[in-house]
Write a new protein. Structure first.
Length: 760
């Protein structure tokens, strides 16, 4: 939201009061409390009338400074904030002098200038990260648009801003206006299913605006050298998070807001769905599954989308008997084929659903302020919305899901959760509906995920569309409704990179696009991209996404890349395990992996899949693709994972790939654990694994880790090179029948030994 009209004037009707002087500072053992006046105090008369701002500086976690700003402290209900399950009481140091007061937490400090001239300076060691200075912190009164508090934090020359949730707009957010409010807008606009009021910058720090309600960001768009964020009301809360690297920022962010549990290994395989509005029944589903098997196309999960339930009755959690007369027996038959089963749900109950009257009777739905049930026709006619702040409603909803799990379902696609009213409604627990609009998705997904953890244990997983900050605790998430073209494929990737920059470890998207029928080239290139993503799902709206309906070559592409992902699972699952411990996502931007390489700062058409594998999807009809391999010019050689071709780092490359190939490059000095199984993702990664070594420098060593299906580390070790001699040693756990590979040549497969020496 813009409050100014250029540099000097304000928008019509705006009265702005900016922090101008620090009149008093109270120093406590764990905080600084600052009284900021909005004009210089020259004499006692200046202390009368006019707003003041109380700024409280604390630390919820080491290396994180929290800034809480209040105008009126008691005229509004307590605000809802971002969940911070990792908040603790870190050791802080508070110091004062005649001119300044400073709070230090870990490597981060905030310095307050006393007296005239407002200034907050955030430093990491001796390095200034960002500042709040002249006319940065303000209290704004704007007639019918209400009162707002805004902050503006400085940007340095060349400093890029990333994140702010799953944003499909340009990857670098400078110059954009971002409204932090969940919307069901698809991937082709500025709206987001997953708003996260967090950004990180290329300078190596992050900012989390600690508000549940809508926050408006002006990213170098109102003041070009500042990021402004504002919130209607009488207060504003934000945290500055130290780096110095993007990975370290992500570690600190997720230590505070929570980290993802490890998804089950089977979930990394291929998911196939019925699609949305297609005609399907048990025979259709069985035909697709059997045809996939006949064509030797590995499949891990089959998903039944909306119409597994009867039309006009979503959700009643009952199988439509016209198409699924024996659902429990059907699920047993599908399990016997080695499949997991996913079911579509949403948090809405249509008026025609048999559950509607029950929910109304017991008060399980969001109500209007007059006490009657809120209803809408936007989606299901006459539908109501489950109120998850009501413990009885939550238990009621979970009870129906529990019945489906007992019947044979394994997980749920938690769709929707964005079309939540924010005016004229009341929640069971009295929560402000404006602030609950974004938080609703968290309550919804938490209710489902907690039930799955209770019933399925470590196999718990949802496939969620909406979420908010800290939602990484309930994986996984997918990118929503995209179009079946290259442009939408690229915007989906931008959304994923933006989301994973906000602490989300796992992310997926609809292979082939959701809306429309993908041309063969788009479908096949999207298969490559989809299988080289965290999670991989074929899904569409009105078109079955099975490959043989596109063309026969699509079957070949799907087979090759599904099997490739299966063989990469020892590496991918270890990287996923690391993500649950550090918060660093499995699928990450080039900027996150190579922050020291300025050429990586704007890259949004390629990414890292873990630290060892670079992926550059192809977005062209003819297979031509430009991509950048990091490194200084002439140093470091990258290796194409499929062909073994070598390319130098520190420069751009242009290649042309057929549909059975794409740019997949192993980083120099890396070791990728390569599995023996091609037909499924969940197998014993400790048996038959080959450690593929890529351009390890003479005298150098590289570490490897293998994680078992139970989610625990099964083996750790190192590979060291001495001339043409390679020595691999398992220092923890054990590998069986394992070997080494260098430049496509493999050592003899061993037995139970923990050490292997081999001359390449």
């Amino acid at each position: 939201m813009k409050f100014t009209d250029g540099q000097w004037m304000l928008q019509p009707g705006v009265a702005a009061h900016y922090a101008a002087e620090v009149y008093a500072v109270e120093a406590h053992a764990d905080r600084l409390v600052v009284l900021a006046t909005t004009r210089p105090i020259k004499h006692r008369g200046d202390t009368l009338q006019g707003p003041t701002l109380t700024v409280t500086l604390t630390s919820p976690s080491s290396g994180v400074v929290r800034v809480s700003v209040e105008h009126y402290s008691a005229s509004q209900p307590p605000r809802l904030h971002v969940p911070m399950p990792g908040a603790d009481h870190p050791t802080v140091q508070v110091t004062q002098s005649d001119t300044h007061a400073t709070l230090t937490t870990g490597p981060l400090s905030v310095e307050v200038k006393k007296g005239e001239g407002w200034s907050l300076v955030f430093r990491e060691g001796g390095r200034v990260l960002t500042k709040s200075d002249w006319r940065s912190l303000g209290y704004v009164q704007w007639g019918t648009k209400g009162n707002h508090v805004h902050e503006q934090l400085t940007l340095a020359v060349g400093e890029n801003v990333y994140g702010l949730g799953e944003r499909f707009t340009p990857w670098v957010k400078n110059g954009q206006i971002v409204e932090n409010s969940n919307r069901d807008g698809g991937t082709a606009c500025e709206q987001a299913y997953k708003s996260v009021p967090f950004y990180m910058t290329s300078k190596g720090y992050g900012v989390l605006v600690n508000e549940a309600g809508p926050v408006s960001f002006e990213v170098g768009s109102e003041k070009v050298a500042r990021v402004q964020f504002s919130r209607e009301g009488e207060s504003l809360d934000y945290c500055v998070i130290a780096g110095p690297t993007p990975k370290e920022v992500t570690r600190r962010l997720t230590a505070l807001t929570g980290r993802s549990p490890l998804p089950p290994a089977w979930s990394f395989g291929l998911w196939l769905t019925t699609s949305f509005t297609t005609q399907y029944d048990e025979a259709t589903a069985t035909h697709f599954i059997d045809e996939m098997a006949r064509r030797e196309l590995p499949l891990s999960v089959f998903h039944f989308d909306c119409f597994w339930m009867r039309e006009f009755q979503w959700c009643d959690f009952e199988w439509d008997p016209r198409g699924f007369p024996e659902p429990e027996a059907m699920l047993k038959r599908l399990h016997a084929k080695g499949l997991k089963i996913s079911l579509w749900i949403n948090p809405y109950v249509a008026q025609r659903s048999p559950l509607f009257a029950e929910g109304v009777k017991h008060g399980y739905f969001i109500k209007r302020t007059n006490g009657l049930t809120f209803q809408t026709d936007q989606w299901q006619p006459g539908m109501a919305i489950v109120d998850f702040t009501n413990p009885a409603a939550k238990a009621w909803y979970q009870g129906h899901l529990r019945r489906l799990l007992a019947m044979g379902a394994d997980c749920f696609k938690t769709d929707f959760g964005e079309r939540i009213p924010s005016e004229g409604v009341a929640y069971f627990d009295g929560s402000d509906p404006v602030e609950m609009h974004n938080l609703y998705a968290l309550h919804y997904n938490q209710a489902v995920f907690e039930l799955l953890e209770e019933v399925q244990g470590k196999d718990a997983i949802v496939f969620a569309r909406s979420t908010y900050a800290s939602g990484q605790r309930f994986p996984v998430h997918w990118g929503g409704d995209c179009w079946s073209n290259f442009e939408s494929m690229a915007e989906s990737l931008r959304g994923g990179l933006s989301l994973t920059s906000c602490g989300f470890a796992f992310w997926s998207h609809d292979i082939g696009g959701f809306e429309g029928n993908p041309p063969p080239a788009v479908y096949k290139r999207w298969i490559q991209f989809g299988l080289m993503s965290s999670h991989s799902r074929l899904h569409g709206s009105s078109f079955y996404r099975v490959p043989w309906l596109v063309d026969e070559e699509s079957c070949d592409v799907l087979r090759v890349f599904t099997r490739l992902k299966h063989q990469l699972m020892p590496y991918l699952y270890a990287t996923a395990h690391e993500a649950t411990e550090t918060g660093v996502p499995l699928m990450r931007s080039m900027m996150m992996e190579y922050p020291q390489d300025p050429a990586c700062a704007p890259l949004d058409r390629q990414y890292q899949l873990g630290e060892s594998l670079l992926v550059a999807p192809v977005f062209t009809e003819d297979g031509e693709v430009d991509f950048y391999l990091p490194g200084s010019e002439g140093s470091g050689t990258w290796t194409h994972l499929l062909s073994g071709e070598k390319k130098p780092g520190g420069r751009w490359h242009r290649e042309r790939h057929d549909f059975l190939s794409m740019p997949l490059y192993a980083a120099p000095g890396s070791v990728i654990a390569w599995g023996v199984e091609t037909e499924k993702p969940d197998y014993d990664y400790t048996r038959g694994t080959v450690l593929r070594v890529f351009e390890l420098a003479d005298g150098a060593s590289a570490a490897f880790t293998v994680v078992g299906l139970d989610g625990n580390v099964a083996a750790r070790g190192t590979v060291r090179r001495n001339g043409s001699q390679y020595a691999a040693q398992v220092t923890e756990g054990a590998l069986r029948d394992w070997g080494l590979e260098v430049d496509g040549r493999r050592s003899a497969v061993l037995g139970e030994g923990r050490e292997l020496r081999w001359s390449a």
